[in-house]
Design a protein around this ligand. Structure first.
Ligand code: PLP
Length: 419
């Protein structure tokens, strides 16, 4: 359920006509619905209301500080993977005691920054990272609260690029080597072991892989307890999928119930790191048709957004439904919706039915709220697009469109080339 609906044939986001925003802000732009964001967050978070828990929104999925502020106001925290994301979370007002830090390659500078901020937990992914964290924490004269991300070797049955919990993936510490790492951590003066974490992948459409990995984690926690190591926080990561086309992912309540049934007897605060399930269907990319072109093999609809703005179709072959912003009965036809980038892989939709389109018309690329803007780039020297948040009858530009000056900011022509 989301708040993108047609009224009098016009696509609206909540109470605002999308075409009106396009006329005033220009295209392309990312469009988010405040009501949908809030509803998705609250539905997810309240599904765990019966147990001590913290929903740490995965900043990487949609990192605009206005959106992070909204979730913080709703009681959420942040799952970060870089110093930049920590900066965003703090700037947005996420309390540090609600921030967890994942990622395989945290630098010493990033570790020191997060220690200074006094975040809730480092999800450490290797023994070398543990030693680095000990060193940095000792130098700062503080103790780091640590959980280890264990890799349970569970198949999440999703796209290979977003599978993270298989033995062949780079993430986490193999679960069968985990106890030794916890024993080592216990000896370190500036490390306080508090948790176990895992994240097995993204866009999961079944509950079973989550449950399989939770069972492995429970066994693992029992082994730690036998060694006298007490675990107070269990972080299950994110990964719950959404409907892009005809997927039928579990509803957050179903997911939460299945998890809570497995948790019985564990005395832990549950941490969750949802991203896509909160923002995916709360956002769309709005783009304008430049030209259409009938090639010998297929028809192309050439729009002003490209793979630099929305990478998912090119990167994963991901499907996004394309809807007309004005539905005047134009019908649908099979065509490729492509961008202006000089790559054959530059498409938003390929070999799918899309609205029959004329130059100048607007299209909405749906379900683009997660891993949309946050994965965008300046490739082909294209300024990154604006982000707009609709709330009721009003809209707010929450990120200005970049300009050409932004493109060259920080670049320099060295003196020897200046003559
Ligand atoms: N937590 C971690 C460690 C991740 O790597 C990711 C995504 O890659 C997430 C949470 C969020 O996943 P999702 O957006 O599928 O909920």
């Amino acid at each position: 359920m989301n708040h993108f609906i047609y009224r009098n044939q016009e696509l609206c986001c909540e109470e605002v006509e999308v075409a009106k925003i396009a006329a005033e802000v220009g295209t392309p732009f990312y469009l988010y619905s405040h009501a949908t964001l809030a509803r998705h967050f609250q539905t997810f978070d309240s599904s765990f209301a019966n147990i001590p828990h913290l929903s740490c929104f995965a900043v990487k999925s949609c990192s605009n500080i206005a959106i992070l502020r909204l979730f913080a106001q709703l009681g959420g925290g942040a799952d970060i993977v870089s110093g930049g994301e920590l900066f965003r979370a703090l700037t947005a007002g996420v309390p540090p005691e609600r921030i967890v830090y994942s990622g395989v390659g945290k630098t010493r500078e990033e570790l020191a920054y997060a220690l200074r901020a006094n975040i809730l937990q480092f999800n450490v992914e290797s023994e070398q990272e543990l030693e680095a964290l000990q060193e940095v924490a000792a130098a700062a004269g503080v103790k780091a609260r640590v959980s280890f991300r264990v890799n349970p070797d569970v198949d999440p049955q999703t796209h290979a690029y977003i599978s993270t919990g298989l033995a062949k993936n780079k993430f986490g510490i193999p679960i069968d080597q985990g106890v030794a790492v916890y024993l080592r951590a216990r000896e370190l003066a500036n490390i306080q072991v508090q948790g176990v974490s895992c994240h097995i992948g993204s866009q999961l459409t079944q509950v079973s892989p989550f449950i399989e990995s939770l069972r492995k984690l429970k066994n693992f926690i029992a082994r730690l307890q036998a060694e006298g190591i007490r675990i107070s926080h269990l972080d299950l990561g994110g990964g719950l999928g959404i409907q892009y086309r005809d997927e039928e992912p579990p509803h957050p309540e179903e997911y939460a119930q299945a998890i809570q049934a497995e948790l019985a007897g564990l005395d832990c605060t549950l941490i969750l790191e949802p991203g896509r399930v909160i923002v995916g269907n709360a956002g769309a990319l709005i783009t304008r048709v430049h030209y259409t072109k009938q090639g010998p093999a297929k028809k192309f609809v050439i729009v002003d957004a490209g793979m630099n703005d929305l990478a998912r179709p090119s990167l994963y072959g991901a499907y996004h439904a394309i809807r007309p912003v004005r539905d005047h009965g134009q019908g649908r036809e099979v065509a490729d919706v492509v961008g202006p980038i000089c790559e054959t892989g530059d498409f938003l939709s390929r070999d799918q039915e899309v609205p029959v389109s004329l130059p100048g018309e607007l299209l909405a690329v749906m379900s683009a709220g997660a891993y949309g803007f946050s994965m965008s780039s300046n490739y082909n020297s294209r300024p990154r697009v604006a982000e707009v948040l609709v709330a009721g009858a009003g809209y707010h530009v929450i990120r200005q469109r970049e300009n050409y000056e932004d493109l060259v900011r920080g670049e320099e022509i060295p003196a020897f080339l200046q003559s």
